[in-house]
Design a protein around this ligand. Structure first.
Ligand SMILES: CC(C)(COP(=O)(O)OP(=O)(O)OC[C@H]1O[C@@H](n2cnc3c(N)ncnc32)[C@H](O)[C@@H]1OP(=O)(O)O)[C@@H](O)C(=O)NCCC(=O)NCCS
Length: 203
């Protein structure tokens, strides 16, 4: 296992990541991408899933799902039709795109074609069938917007900082106490903090 990658099972190759990341006991299919400081405890990430930075993904979570052609005589994989079923994708061609600082609760399922915005929260047990707005909390089946984490003004300020692109060591010097002091810190460093360019590793 690469030193920047923690986990109990090897991801299927190719796996693209920015160290450090942790994949616990999850089944990572070929072609998944994961940004730094993101983790999943247990579950499955389908081929073509993109996970941004600082994402916290719980247990028994499925991101992206398999698909069977519903238009043929049978959906059983016993019959190989030779025709690949068309699968929903995001606008930028990922199976599912999870942006940065997203928290995904236990047993959530995120369906193909969905984009989850920065700072969003997916409640435990949710089935997400539609795109999720930045900093929105969604719950239920199908997942619906419950509330935003912050006021529109605070969300706009957070989005402007794009803090997930800044130097992670500098960010770590700040102790999280309340959102206003964090915003003041981010706004004070945003002109000088080095933007961390992705150093993606392929295993
Ligand atoms: C979504 C979540 C973050 C919301 O937390 P919260 O803001 O404290 O929410 P509340 O407990 O105040 O509940 C607000 C409402 O949403 C409902 N709700 C909360 N979580 C829900 C969920 N996962 N599914 C469905 N409804 C949920 C509550 O019943 C309540 O409904 P009501 O207003 O009709 O009474 C939280 O409930 C959750 O699911 N966290 C994930 C926990 C987890 O899986 N952890 C393991 C990974 S680290």
């Amino acid at each position: 296992m690469h030193p920047g990658l923690k986990g109990f099972v090897e991801p299927k190759s190719p796996f693209f990541f920015e160290p450090p990341v942790s994949i616990g006991k999850a089944d990572i299919r070929p072609g998944v991408q994961m940004g730094m400081h993101s983790y999943i405890n247990d579950g499955r990430l389908e081929s073509g899933v993109y996970i941004g930075r600082y994402c916290s993904i719980g247990n028994f979570v499925s991101i992206g799902t398999g698909h069977h052609d519903m238009s043929l005589m049978s959906t059983s994989s016993w019959f190989t039709s030779g025709v690949k079923p068309s699968v929903k994708k995001t606008k930028d061609g990922c199976l599912v795109r999870i942006l940065n600082d997203v928290w995904i609760g236990d047993k959530a399922i995120i369906m193909n074609g969905v984009t989850v915005g920065n700072g969003a929260i997916i409640g435990a047990g949710a089935v997400v069938t539609k795109d999720v707005d930045h900093y929105s909390i969604v719950t239920g089946i199908p997942a619906k917007h419950l509330k935003y984490r912050f006021s529109p003004e605070i969300v706009a300020r957070l989005m402007k900082t794009r803090w997930w692109e800044l130097d992670d060591q500098l960010l770590k010097t700040h102790v999280l106490t309340d959102i206003e002091s964090s915003l003041e810190f981010l706004e004070s460093i945003s002109h000088t903090a080095r933007t961390v360019q992705p150093k993606t590793i392929k295993v």
